[in-house]
Design a protein around this ligand. Structure first.
Ligand SMILES: Cc1cc2nc3c(=O)[nH]c(=O)nc-3n(C[C@H](O)[C@H](O)[C@H](O)COP(=O)(O)OP(=O)(O)OC[C@H]3O[C@@H](n4cnc5c(N)ncnc54)[C@H](O)[C@@H]3O)c2cc1C
Length: 339
């Protein structure tokens, strides 16, 4: 822990992973810190979605895209700390002291803030004893919808993403019941129609009262109030899609003087500088005129952030790295690819 790194990247989403790759390319001793137990950031929220708008890639699932990002991010073997929530950054005697909520300190000469919209957690269900079923068949962020093939699925939620998820499930599940607390869905009319037309069961003004479990500790039925009347629905699995809460967990010492916009993103510049020497930002965390909040935007930010770190640490260093096709860093690695 006392080792001092050249750069520590906070956040293991697409911008943090690409920063880790690029800082390896620039020969920087790199640490990557991520609060979750897995790398990948927000893309973990849409593993089965098909991405069409990442330059140079033909349509690819979120999961496959992430797997590629992770492989690339680990190319130069950065130190990776998972389950580590950064809570504070201060600077002492020229070195940044990054404190984690578990009390650990991480020391570094420069920092890249790649924390996106902060730590994202799904809004949980307020039903007695619901937590115990998270180990079995109550899901907030399913790893893959394919796990619900041939099952009776009960889905709670009323927004666009919940109904899109319900529509995708209709194609593979035995049956899908979509329950919403209000008397109308907050979603585009055409996807609601699609759900109805393809055999989905829609329950409005519906509250989950309780779960009944079987001997394996799985939910086998959901007790509901539907428009004030009691009803019970037999299920194989329950998905709750009630949106997400995000928390920006880092306390920046006042001396760092960082500025945040109305949406709590850091005010910065396209070169990733944010007004304090040695701290840079990339990806969704940073806002500037012309900023693109897309995956492709995270890559450009990451390159700029790493190049800024390099120059901060060594003002005589090249401003930009050599392109990968002609970069010595890949001479040995290239031998595994035959022409
Ligand atoms: C539903 C949805 C669909 C999308 N679809 C597309 C699409 O089709 N095409 C496209 O280009 N873009 C899409 N996006 C946008 C894209 O996902 C984001 O632009 C991208 O994920 C931003 O990457 P990032 O690394 O900057 O942030 P994030 O992906 O948010 O990653 C930030 C990481 O930092 C971690 N972190 C936060 N705070 C701390 C802390 N204090 N300590 C340690 N770690 C911390 C978080 O846990 C997270 O893993 C979509 C976004 C959503 C939500």
């Amino acid at each position: 822990m006392n080792e001092v790194y050249d750069v520590t990247i906070i956040g293991g989403g697409p911008s943090g992973l690409y920063s880790a790759f690029y800082s390896g390319l620039r020969n920087l001793k790199t640490k990557l810190i991520e609060s979750q137990s897995v790398l990948g950031g927000k893309v973990n929220l849409y593993p089965d979605k098909i991405l069409w708008d990442v330059g140079g890639l033909t349509p690819i699932t979120g999961k496959k895209f992430l797997s590629n990002c992770i492989t690339q991010g680990l190319t130069f073997h950065p130190t990776v700390c998972l389950n580590t929530e950064v809570s504070q950054i201060t600077k002492i005697a020229g070195i940044f002291d990054i404190r984690a909520s578990n009390g650990d300190h991480h020391y570094t000469k420069a920092v890249i803030l790649a924390y996106g919209s902060g730590i994202i957690t799904p809004n949980k269900l307020a039903v007695d004893g619901a937590e115990q079923f998270e180990r079995t068949n109550l899901h907030y962020i399913p790893n893959s919808l394919h796990a619900f093939r041939n099952k009776q699925v009960f889905l709670s939620g009323g927004g666009n993403t919940a109904i899109e998820q319900a529509n995708e499930l209709l194609a593979i599940a035995n049956g899908v019941t979509l329950a919403c607390r209000s008397n109308e869905l907050r979603a585009h009319e055409h996807i609601v129609e699609s759900f109805r037309n393809n055999g989905g069961t829609l329950l409005l003004e519906t509250q989950i009262r309780a779960f009944r479990s079987n001997r394996q500790g799985e939910i086998e039925a959901v007790s509901l109030s539907v428009g004030g009347e009691d009803r019970t629905v037999a299920v194989d699995a329950v998905i709750v899609n009630h949106g997400f809460a995000s928390k920006q967990a880092i306390a920046f010492g006042e001396t760092l003087g960082l500025q945040f916009n109305d949406s709590n993103f850091i005010e910065g510049s396209p070169d990733s500088t944010i007004g304090y020497p040695g701290i840079f930002a990339a990806g969704d965390a940073i806002a500037y005129t012309g900023k693109v909040n897309l995956l492709v935007g995270t890559f450009q930010d990451a390159v700029n952030a790493v190049n800024s770190v390099k120059q901060y640490l060594n003002p005589t260093a090249e401003k930009h790295a050599m392109v990968s096709s002609h970069n010595e860093a890949f001479v040995e690695k290239n031998k595994q690819f035959s022409l």
